[in-house]
Design a protein around this ligand. Structure first.
Ligand SMILES: Cc1cc2nc3c(=O)[nH]c(=O)nc-3n(C[C@H](O)[C@H](O)[C@H](O)COP(=O)(O)O)c2cc1C
Length: 171
């Protein structure tokens, strides 16, 4: 049975070690579908996602991501591309929401992922044939995890949230 949403959210970690094996198409389709169902401002869907499976291209993309070479060991790298011409104000938010939907779906299916924000946009765009009027927002590897990282620290609830007015303790 699929894990419930809260468990998936709590269990997700940034995974930076992978076993290099393919992600079956069926799982990839589920992951992409999770992104496709994401909300977007005025339902404009100002996004496109490039799924990189080819090992050599994965390597090149990983190098263009500040040489985070471990990314290339994941069976797939997904690049989230925004379309400013479709939604100039909201494309980064909308692509982010869709990416996170995909990351959570991948987690539910047992895959590791890691948000990648450190990349040379020109290099990634060139490698993936991204049109000039589009923006690379973020990437993630998706693959069989070869590590189970511990939870990273988070702010306390009182730092993170207030009741009624900013700074009033949530209790
Ligand atoms: C927008 C964004 C960009 C990130 N870029 C990178 C990155 O380039 N490389 C990396 O290893 N982790 C990256 N991370 C992962 C964060 O370091 C990680 O989410 C954070 O340390 C919390 O750990 P956790 O994801 O395991 O909870 C990024 C995360 C976000 C949200």
């Amino acid at each position: 049975m699929a894990k419930d949403a809260i468990s998936v959210i709590m269990e997700r970690r940034s995974v930076r070690k992978y076993v290099d094996k393919p992600v079956p198409d069926e799982d990839l389709k589920t992951i992409l579908e999770a992104g496709r169902q994401a909300p977007s401002a005025a339902n404009r869907q100002p996004w496109h996602f490039v799924v990189v499976r080819d090992p050599e291209r994965r390597k090149q993309v990983a190098e263009a991501c500040s040489n985070q070479t471990w990314m290339a060991d994941a069976g797939v790298i997904i690049a989230g591309i925004g379309k400013p011409a479709v939604s100039e104000k909201w494309y980064p938010v909308d692509v982010g929401i869709a990416m996170q939907n995909m990351i959570l779906a991948a987690t539910a299916l047992g895959y590791g992922t890691c948000w990648i924000g450190a990349f040379d946009e020109q290099k990634v765009a060139q490698l993936l044939g991204v049109p000039d009027d589009c923006k690379v927002v973020a990437l993630t590897p998706v693959g069989a995890p070869a590590e189970q990282p511990a939870a990273r620290p988070r702010q306390s609830l009182s730092e993170f949230a207030s009741a009624e007015r900013y700074g009033d303790e949530f209790a």
